[in-house]
Design a protein around this ligand. Structure first.
Ligand SMILES: [Zn+2]
Length: 131
């Protein structure tokens, strides 16, 4: 999805940081800010910023590239269980495919997504790298 610079500026808080919604009713957690708990529906929620560290639970090799992406292929995408207990999916960078292992510790890093925007905006976002 292509965002205008104004739209991207408004959502930047969630693009550059990982938030976890913690439910005050059932105690479960969910990734991203949510106005209600996805498990029990309670609106008694609070937000915690993730430390960005976690464990790589699984990964796969991807040969698809968006038109605006500058990524080299193949790239690796994994499921990361954050230290807050929730799972997120993200690209794994800074490691060769034969070095990837399930269970390895990773941390969130800010990396470029694309820069071919007609407005001249360089898009950054969260990816993960081994610790
Ligand atoms: Zn709940």
């Amino acid at each position: 999805m292509r965002l205008s610079p104004q739209q991207f500026w408004r959502v930047r808080e969630n693009e550059y940081r990982i938030f976890v919604t913690v439910c005050g009713s059932c105690g479960r957690s969910a990734v991203f800010k949510r106005s209600a708990c996805p498990y029990c529906g309670s609106s008694d929620v609070r937000y915690v910023e993730s430390s960005g560290t976690g464990v790589l639970e699984s990964f796969t090799k991807v040969y698809y590239r968006r038109d605006s992406s500058e990524d080299d292929l193949p790239k690796f995408v994994g499921v990361v269980r954050l230290s807050e207990g929730v799972r997120v999916v993200g690209e794994i960078v800074g490691v060769r495919g034969d070095e990837l292992r399930e269970g390895m510790e990773v941390e969130a890093v800010l990396r470029r997504y694309a820069s071919d925007d007609p407005y001249g905006v360089i898009y950054y976002g969260i990816k993960f790298k081994p610790v």
